[in-house]
Design a protein around this ligand. Structure first.
Ligand code: FMN
Length: 171
């Protein structure tokens, strides 16, 4: 019998969610994949594009996922919060993969506002409830501390993974 497979998928414009994702992937011994966005989002113009995409709830054009989500027991999806919304590349990823997930969990990095709306959107886009979700402030990630909420999130995910493993034994 094999261990449950976990994939951490994320988008990051300025590196904060990437740092969070890499800590998570290490703590969960998970595979990891960064969503590749085809829109230029650097600089002021790029920032404005992020805002407009969020206001219009417009998914970004992204490179199709390299790793097959259907091969994983749990896919942990991470986004920065943009204008109180999920980021446009993660919006696209969830829409494109919604029929391929077994179980999902969500995390976000943010300045301090709008994470719950972003999580609610992610749940709708993935068409399923997450087994757990976790928000971490950008300032905490940038200080390099492992947030207490992240430790709790990982232990909750590990509890679910142990359950999937037990189910596999009984089948
Ligand atoms: C276009 C844009 C809009 C944002 N809107 C919000 C917001 O509504 N609420 C919030 O708490 N943070 C907001 N932020 C801050 C980011 O969520 C935060 O800095 C995040 O950690 C950036 O992640 P990244 O470095 O992985 O791109 C916004 C950032 C950008 C670029």
């Amino acid at each position: 019998m094999s261990d449950p497979r976990v994939l951490v998928v994320f988008f990051s414009r300025t590196g904060t969610t990437r740092m969070l994702a890499s800590t998570l992937a290490r703590m969960l011994s998970a595979d990891s994949e960064e969503i590749c966005d085809l829109t230029e989002r650097r600089g002021v113009l790029g920032y404005l594009r992020c805002l407009v995409d969020s206001w219009r709830k417009r998914p970004a054009e992204i490179v199709p996922a390299g790793l097959d989500t259907a091969q994983y027991d749990l896919v942990v999806v991470g986004t920065p919060v943009w204008a109180g919304s999920v980021s446009a590349p993660v919006r696209a990823y969830l829409r494109e993969n919604r029929t391929r997930f077994r179980h999902v969990a969500f995390f976000c990095s943010f300045g301090g506002l709008g994470s719950q709306v972003a999580f609610d959107e992610m749940r709708g886009l993935a068409d399923r409830a997450p087994v757990a979700q976790c928000k971490v402030r950008a300032t905490e990630v940038q200080r390099g501390v492992v947030a207490a909420s992240l430790v709790l999130f990982v232990s909750e995910l590990k509890r679910h993974l142990a359950h999937y493993e037990a189910l596999e034994w009984t089948c």
